[in-house]
Design a protein around this ligand. Structure first.
Ligand code: SF4
Length: 357
């Protein structure tokens, strides 16, 4: 029987039986599947991987070391040009203070990203990483693939050398930011000067190749089609089959306020369907993160019934999504209440999804 002869319910029945779905089948789910059966199938995949009904979260802080960026993604409300008056580059002391506050709040990790600063050379980042590792016991999750590709270009070094030098200086893992949608036609429409799909994948492949773990993200709800979302799932699933280096998949929705792309943000129905299809498709990812930061606590709690087994972080500080008009906040207690009231048991974790309480 050809895929075109299967109904969405046939495909979901096969998901309940533990089978992998194809791109064509995922496209059919986007076109035809109803929210409730889709959620039930995603929940079945989640239950197979996490039968204990434990939902994890981490306490961490986003630190944006600089808002200067050499390129202008249309969807970004955070960056400033070198000539703007409100640019900044944080000092070691300022970053140190933020880390000390994070540790005082039981934080285990910092997520550190900037713009693509045209003047900061690789040595600046190595010094910063060494300063942090010498003074603080914290996991450094930093520098998205576009930053690493940019470092390689402006320092005229191979990607592998850049990643090895950063790791040597203290980098623990690489965030999946900058993936947006891993289809070049879409990337050309929203961030034409950012790294290509192949470059994003090469950063991840290289990091995995030297034993470093990374995450994969997807920002959706802008210029892409459902088929583009499925293509994105496919390229990250292929790389995960090859390396097994991704710890988690984190889909979140585009926040248009203050950006050059005014449009209506994706609603919770589309968010939950996409989350569920990602859980179904990415059968080789242990963890899928629900996005309460862009969707709010209620939908964040609902996401646990649509395939998510993790609610990300308390985000002691978050600047990028906040610049685009999204201001949801939850501390650890609220996050735990949100998880418990959704019928799951909250556990705090480290970057590697090991429980720490
Ligand atoms: S998303 Fe990143 S690379 Fe793009 S403009 Fe903003 S800071 Fe620069």
């Amino acid at each position: 029987m050809k895929t075109s002869e299967f109904t969405a319910n046939d495909i979901l029945a096969r998901v309940h039986d533990g089978q992998r779905i194809t791109e064509e089948e995922a496209n059919r789910l986007f076109a035809e599947a109803d929210l409730v059966p889709l959620g039930a199938a995603a929940d079945a995949v989640r239950a197979r991987l996490h039968p204990d009904r434990i939902t994890t979260y981490i306490i961490d802080r986003n630190i944006n070391y600089s808002n200067v960026c050499a390129i202008d993604c249309y969807f970004c409300a955070f960056y400033r040009k070198t000539s703007d008056k409100d640019t900044y580059v944080l000092t070691h002391e300022q970053i140190g203070e933020k880390i000390a506050e994070t540790i005082a709040l039981c934080g285990r990790q910092i997520l550190m990203q900037g713009g693509l600063h045209p003047k900061l050379k690789l040595g600046w980042y190595e010094d910063l990483l060494r300063f942090i590792k010498t003074n603080y016991g914290i996991h450094i999750h930093a520098f998205s693939a576009p930053e690493i590709v940019f470092f390689a270009k402006i320092n005229k070094l191979p990607l592998r050398t850049v990643i090895e030098r950063l790791r040597e200086a203290g980098l623990d893992s690489i965030p999946g930011g900058g993936a947006e949608i891993l289809v070049d036609e879409v990337r050309d429409k929203i961030s034409r000067y950012k790294c290509t799909t192949a470059e994003w994948l090469e950063v991840m492949r290289t990091a995995h190749g030297i034993g470093m773990r990374t995450t994969a993200t997807m920002m959706f709800g802008h210029k892409e089609t459902f088929a583009d979302r499925v293509r994105h799932f496919e390229v990250v699933r292929q790389l995960q089959d090859e390396t097994g280096g991704f710890t988690a998949f984190i889909p979140w929705t585009f926040q248009p306020e203050n950006t050059q792309m005014p449009m209506t943000p994706v609603g919770s129905h589309d968010y939950l369907r996409t989350l569920a299809i990602s859980r179904i498709y990415l059968d080789n990812f242990d963890n899928i993160q629900g996005s309460w930061v862009t969707q709010g606590p209620k939908i964040g709690g609902m996401s646990l019934h649509f395939g998510a087994n993790d609610l990300g972080s308390t985000m002691i500080e978050e600047n990028v999504v906040a610049a685009a008009g999204c201001a949801f906040r939850m501390d650890a207690q609220k996050l735990e209440e949100c998880i418990a009231s959704s019928g799951f048991t909250p556990r705090r974790r480290n970057y590697y999804y090991q429980y720490i309480t």
